[in-house]
Each structure stands twice: as C-alpha cells, then as structure tokens.
Design a binder for this molecule. Structure first.
Ligand code: ATP
Ligand code: SF4
Ligand code: MG
Length: 322
C-alpha cells in the first residue's frame, strides 16, 4: 500500500530570544492511505508540535523546521503557502481540542460553513451545502437546527462537534485530530470515532489521532507512535504495541493507564519528569527515568531497530550483527 504521508528526519525547533527548544527530533513515520495512526506520549512530548508543523500553523519567524513531510510527493514543510492553502480543508483537515474558538461569534454556523465550502467549490448551491452539512451533523450526533444558530447558542461540546463536522466537509485525504474528541461525553466520542473509521474504509481517508486516551487508540487506530521528549520511542501495529510493548517508556506509559480490558489494575506512574528540551542529550532521552538503563544509555543514542510489526529506539534491542 502506498504511503500517503512520509515523515523523514522531521525536526521542529522553537527559537525564542533566550533559548532553542528542540520539540520534535528526527521523526521518521509513514502513514498509508486509509490507515490510522495514534500518537501518544506524556504532556510536552511534542505531539501537537508535530501536528502544527504538518499543518503549517507554526510561526515561521520563531520556528525552524527541517526534514521532509511528503504528502503525495509534495513536501508539506516547504510547499509555498499559497499552494498549501489549496490543500487545507480539501485534502488535509484538522481539529484541535479548542477548534471551536476559531468560529466567529458574530456569524451563524451556516454562514461560516458556506464560506469555507465556497472557497473550494465556488459554484456550490446553498441547498447542496445545507444537505451535506446536515448529513455530517447527523454523523456527529448534532441536531440539524444547529445549522441556523450562532456559536454562543451552543455548548462547548456542540461547537466541538461542529468543528469535527466541518473538517469532514470535503472527505479529506488526511484528517488530523489533536485531542479533538477528549472533551466529549463517552457515548458521543464513541459514535464519532465509529463514523470516522467507517469513512476511512469508504473514502480511503487517513487519520492521525493525538490523544492521551489509550482506549481511543486501541479502538480506532491501526498503528500507534509513542513519543517522548520530542523523539519517537516506538511505532507499530496498535494490536502489538499495546499488548506487548517493547520500549521501557511505552511499558511505563501503559502501566500508568487503566487496563484496556479491566479497570482493576493498580496504576503506576513513571517517576520523574520529561527532560529540558532546550538541552541536547548525547544518549537516550529516557535514560534518567528508565528502569532498564545501561551504562551506554547515557552516552550513546539508541538506533531505531525494526521488529515484527514495528520499530523501537532502545539499546535493549540491539543484536550482535547490527
Ligand atoms: P500535550 O499532551 O500537553 O498537548 P504535546 O505532546 O502536544 O503535549 P507540545 O505542545 O508539542 O507537546 O510541546 C512540546 C514541547 O515544546 C514542550 O516542551 C513545550 O513546552 C514546547 N513548546 C511548545 N510551544 C512552544 C513555543 N511556542 N515556544 C517554545 N516552546 C514551546
Ligand atoms: Fe532505557 Fe537504555 Fe532503552 Fe533508553 S536505550 S529506553 S535508557 S534501556
Ligand atoms: Mg498537545
């Protein structure tokens, strides 16, 4: 299957006056057409940074981005902004936890949706836009009357669902959800994920799902990437990684999350904190907190080792012939 998106040595650095923050480092990932990738990792591990870089939403003046994000052969990191705008909504759509804040308070939902629709489909008729939107509203469990309301007449959860519906207006090839369903009630979240997964089958849509909720990854993502301190620790088939994680960080992360099958497990958090991302670490970034660390972990950066159904960046998986 062809990759829709390939990240090659993707790096994102925030450059403030006093310091540089290396928020995403040497990320290599592929996402196939019609597939889904969950990105997990503690707060501050660089998940949103990566998404914002892919979406060209980071300020150019204060961020340095290098490497490649190939989307159908085009490098999203360097594509002229004018060309990128043609892809937005139509080919690549995104929803963030607070996407509803970007809705204008003085225009009805229907006007805002029509504006976006007509940027890409100049000739679209109001009835066509309304029908399309109401179909999507029913998918996200929203009453069709919402179409004619102002944002202030809706609750936060309803507005978030409007944003999710808007992201699907054009059946994008790539949908990026960054904690987009987190604030919704469990039933609505479940329904929306089910519908989105169905769209992946129907339209070959691909999805990147950033979440803290392992059960969401388990239920809706074919693959999972585990990030820590801006680096990729482990990647693989969700069914493998969540059941038998290889990386000590993934193991720790899963031990701190209620059991996916039963809630009875005693939770253990990983002692310590994410390291200062303004420093460069010669060895493994997880070494300070790793229960399995060896001497070389402090001084040598682990390579990415390929395993059945995935890959892992850890010295424990080195084999002699490598
Ligand atoms: P969360 O789960 O809390 O959303 P995250 O994995 O999405 O976390 P990011 O928001 O990508 O993490 O942040 C990664 C790192 O980059 C953090 O150390 C954060 O402090 C830093 N960072 C984010 N935005 C900026 C900025 N504008 N300037 C400097 N550092 C930043
Ligand atoms: Fe732990 Fe070393 Fe593996 Fe890093 S490389 S996760 S410190 S064992
Ligand atoms: Mg984030």
């Amino acid at each position: 299957m062809a990759a829709l998106l390939s990240l090659r040595d993707a790096n994102v650095t925030y450059c403030n006056k006093q310091k540089r923050v290396y928020a995403a480092k040497h990320i290599d990932l592929d996402l196939e057409e019609g597939s889904s990738l969950g990105i997990v990792g503690e707060s501050g591990s660089g998940k949103s940074t990566l998404a914002m870089a892919l979406l060209r939403l980071l300020p150019e003046k204060s961020t340095e981005i290098s490497g490649e994000a190939l989307f159908e052969g085009k490098n999203l990191f360097t594509l002229p902004l004018e060309e990128y705008r043609q892809l937005r909504w139509k080919e690549i759509a995104a929803v963030f936890q607070k996407s509803m804040n970007s809705l204008s308070p003085v225009h009805r939902i229907r006007e805002q949706i029509s504006d976006i629709y007509q940027i890409h489909e100049l000739k679209a008729l109001p009835a066509e836009i309304e029908e399309r939107t109401k179909d999507l509203f029913s998918m996200v469990n929203l009453n069709p009357r919402v179409y004619n309301l102002y944002p202030h007449e809706l609750s936060g959860g309803m507005l978030q669902r409007v944003s999710i519906a808007m992201s699907l207006l054009f059946n994008p090839k790539l949908l990026i959800l960054d904690e987009a369903t987190t604030a919704l009630d469990v039933v609505t979240q479940g329904q929306i994920l089910k519908e989105i997964v169905a769209l992946e089958g129907q339209f070959r849509m691909s999805r990147i799902m950033i979440t803290h909720d392992m059960s969401v990854v388990s239920k809706s993502c074919a693959y999972v990437a585990v990030m820590y301190a801006g680096e990729l620790m482990e990647w693989g088939l969700t069914a493998k990684v969540l059941v038998s994680p290889h990386h000590p960080y993934t193991q720790g992360l899963l031990a701190s999350f209620p059991d996916l099958k039963s809630e009875s497990k005693a939770l253990k958090s990983i002692p310590g904190f994410i390291p200062d991302l303004s420093l460069i670490y010669p060895g493994c970034v997880f070494a300070e907190r790793c229960p399995s660390k060896m001497e070389k972990c402090q001084t040598q950066k682990p390579r990415m080792h390929t395993l059945e159904g995935g890959k892992v960046a850890c010295h424990l998986y080195e084999v002699d012939h490598e």
